[in-house]
Design a binder for this molecule. Structure first.
Ligand SMILES: *Cc1c(COP(=O)(O)O)cnc(C)c1O
Length: 338
């Protein structure tokens, strides 16, 4: 294999040696298969293609300073996938099978796990799709669960830094009683136009208000939002946001650090009172927010004047990274050491 420039990888697809697969047929999950093919053979009437019976997950494995490989909160991803399965009528994949296949695909592709010093990691992408043919709108009777991996570069190439976001009211990514709380591709299709508009206007991402009243903070693109003030970590409560495992981890760490945590509706105006704000998710852990613009109201909420992340966001980021890399003890049982 040609040498990979670990530190200059982007968040893109890089072929690896193997992926792992498991088929659901006749009401049961089959044997785990190892494949070196990058393609899947799919019936043209598969429900994933026509009716969006598709769910995915995203997690990471890290090469650590002690030489070991650690996977972060794998069981939580398994459980979130099960919740998505219930949401769009797909058979639930057992947690043990999810974990067995995740460990297997990481070990099989060990040579693609970036070295610790590079700041890069191995991104793990589980995917569950309806493969059974249907013409009417019904759930499929056959499914394929596949996991592939790809080395991804450090999110912050020039070091931990801030980004700007823009509130967009013309598009919603999810409805209050829709599929926003499930990790399904349809939500991403719904977000592509708003995302393009934000990028073309020079922003790092679009920022959504709640779809019904356009009054409360929902999500920032494909990441959860949090604000910090008065030593309190505040994050939106909403039926249309995806329950981020990173967000849940940060809430726990905030409590551990003696901060308060509030999960509640956040009216847009409250943005002006936050001392720090960030977007959180597996890709970046925390992407600190410099400012959020609301062009329609001619408003701008500024959280960092000098482009530097705030002190509490920085501490939370550092602590989570240190747990992922086995530098800090894993007191919450989040990490699987291979
Ligand atoms: C995956 C995802 C997140 C982040 O979740 P993590 O578990 O922290 O990676 C946030 N919002 C959306 C819409 C997502 O799809």
């Amino acid at each position: 294999m040609e040498k990979i420039d670990w530190a200059n990888l982007s968040f893109g697809y890089i072929p690896t040696d193997y992926n792992v697969r498991c088929y659901y047929r006749n009401g049961a999950w089959g044997e785990v298969e190892v494949s070196s093919s990058e393609t899947i053979n799919l019936h043209m009437a598969a429900t994933s293609l026509h009716y969006g019976q598709e769910a995915f997950e995203g997690l990471k494995a890290f090469r650590c300073p002690d030489g070991r490989v650690r996977i972060f909160r794998m069981k939580d991803n398994a459980e979130r996938l099960q919740s998505t399965c219930r949401g769009i009528l797909m058979p639930e994949l057992p947690t043990d099978l999810f974990c067995e296949m995740t460990e297997k695909v990481v070990m099989l592709n060990e040579r693609f796990i970036p070295p610790y010093e590079s700041g890069a990691a191995l991104y793990i992408r589980p995917l569950l799709i309806g493969t059974g043919a249907q013409v009417g709108v019904h759930p499929a009777d056959e499914y394929l669960f596949v996991i592939f991996v790809s080395p991804v570069g450090p999110y912050f190439k020039g070091g931990f830094s801030t980004n700007k976001y823009v509130i967009i009211r013309d598009y919603d990514r999810a409805a209050p009683l829709g599929t926003g709380c499930y990790k399904v591709g349809g939500n991403y299709a719904a977000s592509l136009r708003a995302n393009r508009i934000a990028h073309e206007a020079g922003y790092s991402c679009e920022f959504y208000l709640d779809a019904k009243e356009k009054k409360y903070i929902d999500e920032c693109g494909a990441a959860n939002f949090f604000g910090i003030k008065d030593n309190t970590y505040i994050t939106p409560k909403s039926t249309s946001i995806l329950p981020s495992i990173t967000n849940r981890s940060l809430q726990q760490l905030a409590l551990d650090m003696g901060m308060k945590v509030e999960c509640r509706q956040i009216p847009e105006e409250e943005l002006s009172t936050f001392e720090e704000a960030g977007a959180c998710g597996t890709a970046a852990v925390i992407s600190p927010i410099a400012r959020i613009d609301d062009p329609e109201k001619n408003l701008s909420y500024v959280f960092s004047k000098d482009g530097k992340p705030g002190p509490l966001s920085t501490r939370l980021y550092q602590r989570l990274r240190d747990i992922q890399y086995g530098i800090e003890p894993d007191t919450h049982g989040w990490v699987t050491v291979l």
